[in-house]
Design a protein around this ligand. Sequence first.
Ligand SMILES: [Ca+2]
Length: 110
Amino acid sequence: MMADVNGDGLQDVVGFAGSGVNVSLSTGTGFTEPSLWAAAYGSNANAGSWINGQHPRMMADVNGDGLQGVVGFGGGGTFVSIAEGSPGGLVSEIMTGLGSVSLNNLQAPH
Ligand SMILES: [Ca+2]
């Protein structure tokens, strides 16, 4: 999907792969090589065993800072990661309500 994860006003490519969240930043004329921004929300066991069609994941600016982060709806609750604008910069946050989960359970959507 497309989302501005680094707040430069350019929509970046965000993919949920087996290993987790991969991002190709927009340069305005192209995109950077994809890099892993979070080893979570992926289909591999070590990325949480998220299943396409069962565990929706989307991009949203939940704290209004202009950076699109990840919101995932796993079986165990709602998971939110705030973008910090650089690779590795998807920081998990505990979301209250809608099924609160422990930070330690970020990678286990079930
Ligand atoms: Ca961007």
